[in-house]
Design a protein around this ligand. Structure first.
Ligand code: SF4
Length: 469
């Protein structure tokens, strides 16, 4: 390229920053994703002096607003989130002079790191260029307009994600069998209120408090009167936003519940742990500072110690099933995908599918947003390989995009449920497993530090199972 072109730099486009003074004057809008978790995270932010509001506006107009202001080959989550923001700003419900928007940036190689620029551009086009956008990230991006994490806020956010995961897991495994409809949901509300009260009193975040709360939540669900009857068990995996967000996945959880299924949604903390492990893997695979690697390992240990408490609390009750430890989920990548596949949900998505199949949730909806190449590779792209290993796997990839009709999505899921129901009633046997070597991944998960941070792909001999086709 000629030097003359190299010297041409685009003029910086000015945009309003979110300043610390705005904490007191501006309401921060952010999109809903995981309703159980976000209610507690929002409360934690309010207690730290932020005025927050989770957006619940939905309907087809949200996607239409997105299509108007974002290029139509942008990933669907970005299109929806930006559409939801603009729809909210146009609603007239918010004082535009005192409103800010918050959006996440993963800091990874995926496009999620760049949504913020798309949002600012869309705001200018829609006539809301004066509205400041705040970045939520742990990667040091957008330093002049990002959420400042204080230690109390970080501790509350971590605790909120764990409590949310426990409530989500326990309500999903009891709600379909409850004797009094609404009882499992009433416990969610009871514990959300209790945790927010504890946060306000500077409690609920220490290891000791979390252990006590985990045990009390599990005891409440174990005491819930239920009648277990055979039900179709359906797991849900996918790109993080469409996996959890009712707006993104056309209310998938509610639909599966209405079809009489028991739903299993792997926890949100798994994604956080995946991001932490990826930080360490990056240093292992591509080089970098040992100090940075050590830092990721310490953060991982901090989180893993609390995860263990939650799993132990649930495991004490024979009627409840605890989620697998992350180290176990992680070990399941072996033989399917390398740990270097870390764009989007990367190896985690594949591992979660394997874990669900192995734990009796052989029917899986793999939620894939339009425009999401990474998750098509690690999701849809891995289904055949998983089926070859686990013939009972009944995985249906569902595409979510502005032109896909809900009826179409639901009809495909109904077909998957019909197959699962036939199997449940013993009418159809899954195809016999191919003759060949014994199943991989049946060995117990490694423990200790080695379990959290297994050797990098480059240090694994080429004849290892990881390289076997
Ligand atoms: S994971 Fe998929 S949907 Fe999310 S930013 Fe990356 S490409 Fe887009």
């Amino acid at each position: 390229m000629s030097d003359i072109y190299k010297s041409i730099k685009p003029a910086p486009v000015p945009y309003p920053r979110f300043t610390q003074e705005m904490k007191a004057t501006h309401t921060i809008l952010f999109p809903q994703m995981a309703p159980i978790h976000f209610a507690m995270i929002s409360a934690a932010m309010s207690q730290e002096g932020y005025r927050t509001k989770i957006l619940e506006n939905g309907g087809p107009e949200v996607a239409q607003e997105g299509l108007k202001y974002v290029h139509n080959d942008t990933c669907y989550p970005a299109l929806l989130v930006i559409g939801q923001f603009i729809d909210a700003l146009k609603s007239g419900e918010h004082d535009l002079a005192h409103t800010a928007l918050m959006i996440t940036q993963t800091g990874g190689g995926c496009r999620a790191s760049n949504y913020i620029h798309l949002l600012r551009k869309a705001l200018r086009k829609a006539g809301f260029g004066q509205v400041p956008v705040l970045s939520l990230n742990f990667s040091g991006l957008e330093r002049d307009s990002s959420l400042r994490f204080t230690l109390p806020l970080v501790r509350k956010a971590i605790a909120a994600v764990f409590y949310g995961d426990e409530l989500m897991s326990l309500s999903n495994q009891t709600r379909p069998y409850e004797n009094s409809p609404g009882a499992a949901d009433a416990l969610i509300k009871k514990w959300q209120d209790e945790i927010c009260r504890q946060f306000a009193a500077k409690r609920g975040v220490s290891k000791r408090d979390m252990k006590r709360n985990f045990a009390a939540i599990a005891a409440d669900y174990a005491a819930l009167p239920i009648t277990r009857v055979p039900k179709v068990k359906v797991g849900v995996v996918g790109e993080i936003y469409v996996k959890y967000s009712p707006l993104g996945n056309s209310n998938l959880e509610a639909f599966l519940a209405a079809e009489g299924c028991e739903v299993n949604l792997p926890g949100l903390m798994g994604f956080v742990q995946y991001c932490i492990v990826n930080g360490s893997q990056t240093v292992k695979l591509y080089g970098g500072s040992p100090a940075v690697k050590k830092m990721y390992e310490l953060v991982f240990d901090f989180v893993a110690a609390r995860e263990k408490l939650m799993v132990q609390a649930i495991a004490r009750h024979p009627g409840l099933t605890p989620p697998g430890l992350f180290t176990h989920t992680m070990a399941l990548h072996e033989g399917f995908i390398g740990l270097g596949a870390k764009m989007g949900e990367g190896w985690l998505l594949t591992s979660e599918m394997v874990e669900l199949v192995k734990s009796g949730f052989a029917s899986i909806v793999c939620a894939q947003p339009f425009g999401c190449l990474p998750n098509h590779v690690v999701g849809k792209g891995m289904i055949q390989k998983i089926r070859a290993e686990y013939p009972e796997a009944n995985i249906t990839p569902i595409d979510y995009d502005p032109s896909a009709t809900r009826v179409n999505q639901e009809n495909r899921i109904k077909l998957m449920i019909a197959v699962a129901r036939e199997r449940l009633e013993g009418a159809v046997e899954p195809a016999k497993a191919k003759a060949g070597p014994p199943r991989r991944n049946t060995a117990p998960a490694p423990t200790g530090q080695a379990a959290y941070f297994p050797p990098a792909a480059s240090s694994v001999p080429k004849n290892s199972a990881r390289y076997r086709k």
